[in-house]
Design a protein around this ligand. Structure first.
Ligand code: F3S
Length: 430
């Protein structure tokens, strides 16, 4: 790989052992990917916390948080002292909600260890935003900006909606990126890989957030890891719809980038999205009509058998302020059924605004619980005894039956709130 003088100096140890180990990791990683060079980044989304009992034992055995970071975030056998980070870094969601150990099923020792790790990484300069939606809470890269992000639903939003550039990174590569301000230049950092591969035509109304989730789920299933170009959008989708669409497409498939013609920044026209008229002309065409819409609804509801619902989970990806406000409007003056629980997940910064303006109070007076930093899939936590759950997120409906063996219903937010208040699922395809 070609290195700049600055990169060579970091690799040679000018900035200390940790930075040299980080460069070593990036060079091994970049070579394996066939990258010709590194690219500078000042925008990292990372998971580098210490949460598991295994890490706790490792820290006790090997000498603390420097050892944890060396092993798990730099792939370094040598324990190196971790310096202040070089690239702006926000933290992804956590494996549990630290304020709610009982609900999350974690013990006090785990929470204490997490707090120790949090103090360590914030001391390095990491922003403890703890969300899968960094773009909601102060990490909003600009078009063309090179980033190093983890979390599939955030990656697809970053590339597609914001027009910034990232691959789906892992814990080790972001650990190295935050110390060096570099990441291998391959994949979605390069123009050639951002062009469309499949032409998707919407031929049925796609309007609600639930419709956008179903469309994303179908598109991901169809194109897997390629780049769909979608045309026929009737109404410009808002943040929540784009968030749900991307999260679904990156769950049923591995989509990391898409184009909505006339809407997303690199798709002013069909030809531009494909990188030329000829590529647009020969691309495979996929049609999303009423039959596909209905079949996707049936597929995602395939595990839902019993109408009695034990648990309703909202907030995957983490709810926006608008979604919290909408949920509050839907539930105000009603009560969550005694045999059901309603948990809503969001980013901590969003929750603090919702707390301040009274939205949290409306939701919690009705019997919901608003939580920050994690979600049911990440924490593997649901209310005790949950057999049947309902979601307004295709991603969560995709993962929770596989992770926890629950039955899953999928519908819009109003259907989910109705289920929480009646204890029964009455959603239908419409
Ligand atoms: Fe976020 Fe959890 Fe969904 S981390 S995208 S709320 S699975």
């Amino acid at each position: 790989m070609q290195l700049t003088d600055e990169e060579r100096a970091m690799a040679d140890g000018r900035d200390g052992r940790a930075v040299a180990r980080a460069m070593d990791l990036l060079l091994r990683y970049g070579r394996a990917l066939g990258a010709e060079r590194l690219v500078a980044t000042n925008n990292v989304v990372a998971s580098v916390g210490a949460t598991t009992p295994f890490m706790r034992e490792f820290a006790q055995r090997q000498g603390g948080m420097d050892a944890v970071f060396s092993e798990f975030s730099l792939d370094s056998d040598e324990v190196v002292q971790i310096p202040k980070i070089r690239a702006f870094t926000t933290h992804t969601q956590l494996g549990f909600v630290p304020d709610e150990p009982e609900r999350m099923g974690v013990d006090e020792a785990t929470v204490q260890f997490y707090r120790q790790g949090e103090a360590f990484i914030t001391g390095l300069g990491v922003q403890a935003t703890n969300t899968c939606t960094p773009y909601q809470v102060g990490n909003l890269p600009t078009r063309g900006e090179h980033c190093a992000w983890m979390e599939s639903s955030a990656v697809i939003y970053c590339n597609s909606v914001l027009g910034a550039r990232t691959n789906a990174e892992g814990r080790e590569s972001v650990g190295a990126a935050m110390l060096t301000g570099r990441i291998p230049c391959w994949g979605y950092h390069l123009d050639a890989n951002r062009r469309g591969t499949h032409h998707v035509r919407i031929e049925t109304p796609v309007e609600s957030t639930s419709d956008w989730g179903l469309l994303g789920y179908w598109v991901g299933d169809q194109v897997q890891e390629r780049v769909p170009v979608i045309c026929g959008v009737q109404a410009v989708p808002n943040l929540a719809r784009l968030k749900h669409f991307g999260a679904a497409a990156s769950s049923s498939g591995g989509v990391e980038m898409y184009h909505l013609v006339g809407i997303t920044p690199e798709a002013p026209s069909l030809e531009a999205a494909f990188g030329g008229a000829e590529r647009a002309r020969v691309a495979e065409v996929l049609r999303f009509g009423l039959a596909e819409h209905r079949a996707t609804w049936e597929k995602i509801n395939a595990t839902g058998k019993d109408a009695q619902v034990d648990y309703v989970m909202l907030g995957c990806p983490h709810y926006t302020l608008e979604q919290l406000w909408e949920a509050a409007r839907l539930i105000e003056g009603r009560k969550v059924h005694a045999d059901c629980a309603l948990w809503i997940f969001t980013a901590r910064a969003i929750k603090s605004v919702a707390d301040q303006n009274g939205t949290t109070r409306i939701l919690e007076d009705a019997g919901a619980r608003v939580m920050a930093d994690s979600c049911s899939a990440m924490s593997r936590a649901v209310p005790k005894g949950t057999r049947v759950a309902a979601f307004d997120s295709a991603k969560q409906a995709h993962y929770l039956p596989a992770i926890l063996g629950v039955q899953a219903w999928y519908g819009d937010t109003a259907e989910c709130i109705d289920a929480a208040c009646s204890g029964r699922w009455q959603g239908r395809f419409s």
